[in-house]
Design a protein around this ligand. Structure first.
Ligand SMILES: NC(=O)c1ccc[n+]([C@@H]2O[C@H](COP(=O)([O-])OP(=O)(O)OC[C@H]3O[C@@H](n4cnc5c(N)ncnc54)[C@H](O)[C@@H]3O)[C@@H](O)[C@H]2O)c1
Length: 340
């Protein structure tokens, strides 16, 4: 069943390259979700991704308490097509025009393949853009906010596991030392936690040494014997085959779409492994952008909003059923008029 409000697929006027914008829901307000610029074998796969990711943004924004719905832009680059600086700029203008044509029903920000500087270029064609660098009037990278939200989620998780929110006495495996993973690992190391870290980039081993963390091969980090595994790389890593091999007590991280298939959430629950739905744990970045730029809240108020991710998870864990089931009920309740 088609449950989205709008789906736009256009060839960019300047570049001829495909641009997909999916608006899943504006029930709570302007739909928000980042702009993904990535290679796909077929542009239709980009449409699939935009449909799936925009629906996840509705859930993420609803559970983060934002007055916003979910949307997503995907620019599916054909295989072998690499854009030079001029084409990239033209392409981002094409994206801006596509978003501007929606009259404010959707706003974008950075995602895989785009960053704050790209938002400046999109912003030359539409005001509906977030996370420009501070020098351009935006709130900058969303990664520190996302990392702060993951820390709030981890505190709620260790409280559920052991009854206290101290991260220092616990062990964590961080899978992916990119902008969010490295930040989370740094905060955990500063709190005195013991860490196993991994990345497919060998140069990340230097950061591991700086953090006093044990370096591990990526496959091994996922199955490390730790309290919490933190997926901070790509999605789809939690497979039915992996669940029996896990030796952690919880899986909590920022990676979007961690489940290879929805049924894996139930398998984790049956094994007694706590799983924080990724759209709850990863919301800190968008909360930071929206609260700073749209609501104009000061940093301390924004920080408290991000902390509430922990409260939401505590509520979800307390229900005692598989966390995705409870989270979906909470999303449905928030989207139903009269219950917000
Ligand atoms: N940046 C944000 O604000 C934000 C917000 C919400 C969700 N997320 C999600 O969090 C995840 C991390 O985001 P990021 O901004 O840090 O991305 P990033 O690209 O900076 O970092 C990802 C890291 O994962 C590593 N990696 C890739 N495959 C790996 C593997 N198999 N094993 C171990 N490491 C691997 C990469 O080398 C890279 O260092 C992504 O799934 C992203 O969609 C990010």
């Amino acid at each position: 069943m088609f449950t989205h409000e709008e789906l736009h697929v256009r060839a960019g006027r300047r570049t001829g390259l495909p641009i997909v914008v999916a608006v899943h829901s504006t029930v709570l307000g302007q739909a928000l979700g980042g702009c993904r610029l990535w290679h796909y074998d077929d542009w239709r796969d980009g449409v699939e991704d935009a449909l799936r990711l925009s629906a996840a943004m509705t859930a993420k924004n609803a559970l983060a308490g934002l007055a916003n719905g979910g949307g997503k832009t995907v620019v599916p680059l054909p295989p072998g097509v690499n854009v030079d600086a001029d084409t990239r700029r033209a392409l981002l203008h094409d994206v801006g025009d596509t978003i501007e044509a929606l009259d404010g029903r959707y706003g974008t920000g950075p995602d895989v393949g785009t960053g704050p500087d790209d938002m400046v270029v999109i912003g030359e064609r539409t005001p509906h853009v977030f996370c420009r660098p501070a020098a351009h009037g935006g709130s900058g990278s969303s990664s520190p906010g996302t990392a702060a939200g993951v820390i709030a989620a981890l505190r709620a998780t260790v409280a559920r596991l052991d009854g206290d929110t101290e991260l220092g006495g616990h062990t964590f495996a961080v899978v992916g030392l990119g902008s969010v993973g490295a930040d989370v690992a740094g905060r955990l190391a500063a709190a005195g936690a013991r860490l196993v870290v991994s990345d497919v980039r060998p140069d990340a081993e230097t950061l591991a040494a700086e953090l006093g963390a044990r370096w591990s091969r990526p496959g091994d980090a996922l199955t490390a014997e730790v309290d919490v595994v933190i997926p901070a790389a790509l999605g789809g890593i939690l497979t039915a085959e992996l669940v029996p091999a896990l030796r952690c007590r919880a899986v909590v991280g920022p990676a979007n779409n961690q489940l290879a298939e929805p049924a894996v959430a139930g398998l984790l629950h049956e094994r007694g492994i706590l799983w924080a739905p990724d759209y709850v744990a990863s919301a800190g970045g968008i909360v930071h952008a929206v609260a700073s730029e749209l609501y104009r809240e000061p940093e301390d108020v924004v920080a408290r909003r991000i902390e509430r991710i922990g409260d939401t998870l505590t509520e979800i864990y307390a229900a005692g059923e598989a966390p995705d089931v409870t989270a979906e009920k909470l999303v449905a309740a928030r989207l139903t008029p009269g219950t917000r």
